[in-house]
Structures are given as structure tokens and as C-alpha cells.
Ligand binder design. Structure first.
Ligand code: SF4
Length: 358
């Protein structure tokens, strides 16, 4: 019989670190020296920040099976990062259900991520630290600034807005509006005009009107996001929204997904075109062969969910190399780039030369 994991830990976040010793949390309790092997040998690795979530979005079942938020102690995260660097990793992707809540159950509270990011960026051998799963309602100016401006931290914002109509967001048990989210995008770009911003949206949520959908489309058009995942609403067992009235027929949900997806594809391609002529730093993840081009990702592109960079043939680049490149064209959300200077790993420049960006 599945148990609601939220009931396994105290409601009060600061009481959880003591209680967590009795509750198995996958991916936590990493110990240096413990026999451990990576599942891949690529230059990018996920690094777990926390598990669980204390929010109660009406459509989401994650808190019921992942439980309350439990953060890994910062020293443990940094130690694992250092180990990953010895295994050839140059980019860390920090994962959790909600990274903006990281540290609320630790001494020092929610500023823990602001303090942790520069430490991770300073780990010898790590050239890029990327944060995923930021909750828009919990973004604070100091966190925006540290992600946008810290050398070695990718100026990349993975913000699941989910919608832009205040009425739909309230029924989702979330916060915000088109104006709020545009202001957040402007705040990010004031620090880092080239910052990447990606998002997910849900269309066809119960009670979503034509005016709500138009509000979402207006937001997406104004926001100029780099990548957007569009999902059609469907019931998740045990969630509050599953019991809502105002459900839309499945074919209407599918039609709205198609409509917003078509808009988003066009907007993402336009945003990519905006980057033509700019300089990016590309971490190579696939070398070229007879059939495939050499590909990698710039700081504004996360693995698997965003576009990628396609490097001009004949560069001779190997997997794991970091290279400056100029954007010369686009293919949808992907960038065609001409490689230039190869960048050494951070440990090689630690004695005096400052890395320019992450
Ligand atoms: S959608 Fe994200 S923030 Fe909301 S409850 Fe689920 S995991 Fe938490």
C-alpha cells in the first residue's frame, strides 16, 4: 500500500535534519571514499540538492510520493561535486523538486543556495554549474543576481511558470501573473541580457477560458523565452485538481496544446535568431563522425530539454572540451556555431587567470 511520504517527516522544516536519519532518502548521505561509480563518462553530471517539496500545486502528485523537502547539507554537496570533477565532469546540473526551497530545513535557511553556488563554481575542474527547477514564486533578488552574475554559474533560469492567467494560477494553487513573470524576466536580463530562460506551461487546466489562454499566449509572446515545454492537462490520481469541475474535453485540450506549441516553436526559433552574432561557450558532448555533426551546449541550454549548438565541421573537437564560439545561424531552437578558442579546465587557470563567464 503506497504511503503519502509527506507523513514520514515533521511538518516543521528545521526539525527534519534530525528526523531524516530514520527515513531513507534516495541520493542523500553521500560519503567520500564510499565505493561509487558514475553511470556515464560524459562531461555533464546531475548532482542532487534536495528531495521532496512542501508546495501543494493542485495538479501535482510529486509531494505525495517524494515527501516533504529534505536538503542535503552543503558540505556533502560540495564533496560530491569535487569527486565528480575527479571523474572528468565539467558541468554540474543541480537537481531537486524545487531548488529555490533548498536549505529551508537547514541552519541558515533559504539563502543556502545563494551561498552554495559560488562554492560549487569554485571546485577545481568544474567550469559550469547549472541550477534546475526554480519556483517563480520563491525567486528572490539575491538568488537572481548570484545565478546571473557568478563566474562559473550558468546564467540559466529554469522557471516553470505553468500559466500566466492569475485565475488559472490561483486554481493551480500557484502565484503570479503575466506582469509578475515579465518583471522577473526583466530583472534577470538586467543582470545578464543573454541569460537563458526556459519554462513549462500547462494548457487545458480545468476552467481555463479562451481569455485565459489568450493571456498565456500574450505572456509567451512578450517574454521571449529560449525554450518552453507545453503540456496538456490530465488528471493525476490523488491530486486536488482531479476533483475539480470545469474539465475540458480531451480533444479541446489537444487542440490547445497544438495551438500553443505552434506559437512556442515560432517564438523559440525567433529567440535563437536573436543570438546570431553573439559569442557563446560550448561544452562539447558529441564529437563529429561520418554521419553526425559535433554538438554541445552553451550556458543557456540545459541537457535534454533545450536546444543545442551544432559546431562547424572539421573543428577536431573532442567530447568534454569547452570552446568559445560565435553563433552564425539557427535551425529552429538550435544554434549553428563557429568554434574559436579552446578554454582550459578551471583547475588550470586557478593560479591567477580569471574565467570570464560560465
Ligand atoms: S509542481 Fe513543483 S512546486 Fe508544485 S508541488 Fe509539484 S514539485 Fe512542488
Amino acid at each position: 500500500m503506497p504511503v503519502d511520504r509527506r507523513t514520514l517527516l515533521p511538518l516543521t522544516p528545521v526539525e527534519r535534519p534530525a528526523a531524516v536519519a530514520d527515513v531513507a532518502v534516495p541520493g542523500h548521505a553521500w560519503l567520500p571514499g564510499l565505493g561509487r561509480a558514475r553511470l556515464s563518462d560524459g562531461p555533464v553530471a546531475p548532482l542532487k540538492l534536495a528531495s521532496g517539496c512542501d508546495r501543494r500545486c493542485a495538479f501535482c502528485a510529486i509531494p505525495s510520493f517524494r515527501g516533504a523537502l529534505v536538503s542535503r547539507p552543503p558540505d556533502e554537496v560540495v564533496a560530491e561535486a569535487a569527486w565528480l570533477a575527479t571523474q572528468g565532469v565539467r558541468e554540474l546540473v543541480l537537481v531537486s523538486e524545487n531548488s529555490t526551497s533548498y536549505g529551508k530545513d537547514l541552519p541558515g535557511g533559504t539563502r543556502a543556495l545563494v551561498r552554495l553556488l559560488p562554492r560549487l563554481a569554485g571546485v577545481p575542474g568544474i567550469d559550469r554549474v547549472r541550477v534546475s527547477y526554480l519556483q517563480p514564486a520563491e525567486m528572490r533578488p539575491d538568488l537572481v543576481e548570484v545565478i546571473a552574475t557568478t563566474p562559473g554559474v550558468a546564467p540559466y533560469f529554469d522557471l516553470s511558470f505553468q500559466h500566466a492567467s492569475p485565475a488559472v494560477l490561483r486554481r493551480m494553487r500557484r502565484f503570479g501573473s503575466r506582469e509578475d513573470f515579465l518583471a522577473l524576466c526583466a530583472q534577470i536580463r538586467a543582470h545578464a541580457p543573454e541569460a537563458g530562460i526556459r519554462s513549462n506551461v500547462i494548457v487545458g487546466f480545468p476552467g481555463e477560458t479562451e481569455a485565459d489562454l489568450a493571456e498565456l499566449e500574450a505572456f509567451l509572446t512578450e517574454a521571449r523565452l529560449d525554450a518552453v515545454g507545453v503540456f496538456g492537462y490530465s488528471d493525476e490520481d490523488g491530486t486536488e485538481a482531479a476533483g475539480y469541475d470545469g474539465k475540458l474535453p480531451a480533444d479541446e485540450v489537444a487542440a490547445r496544446v497544438a495551438r500553443v506549441s505552434s506559437l512556442v516553436d515560432e517564438l523559440m526559433a525567433q529567440r535563437a535568431e536573436d543570438r546570431v552574432g553573439t559569442e557563446v561557450e560550448v561544452l562539447v558532448e558529441a564529437a563529429e563522425d561520418e554521419d553526425f555533426e559535433c554538438t554541445g551546449r552553451a550556458a543557456h541550454q540545459a541537457p535534454e530539454v533545450d536546444g543545442e549548438c551544432v559546431l562547424a565541421r572539421g573543428s577536431g573537437l573532442r567530447v568534454g572540451e569547452l570552446v568559445r564560439a560565435v553563433v552564425v545561424g539557427t535551425e529552429g531552437a538550435d544554434l549553428l556555431v563557429t568554434p574559436g578558442e579552446r578554454l582550459p579546465r578551471s583547475e588550470l587557470v586557478a593560479s591567477g587567470v580569471t574565467r570570464e563567464s560560465g
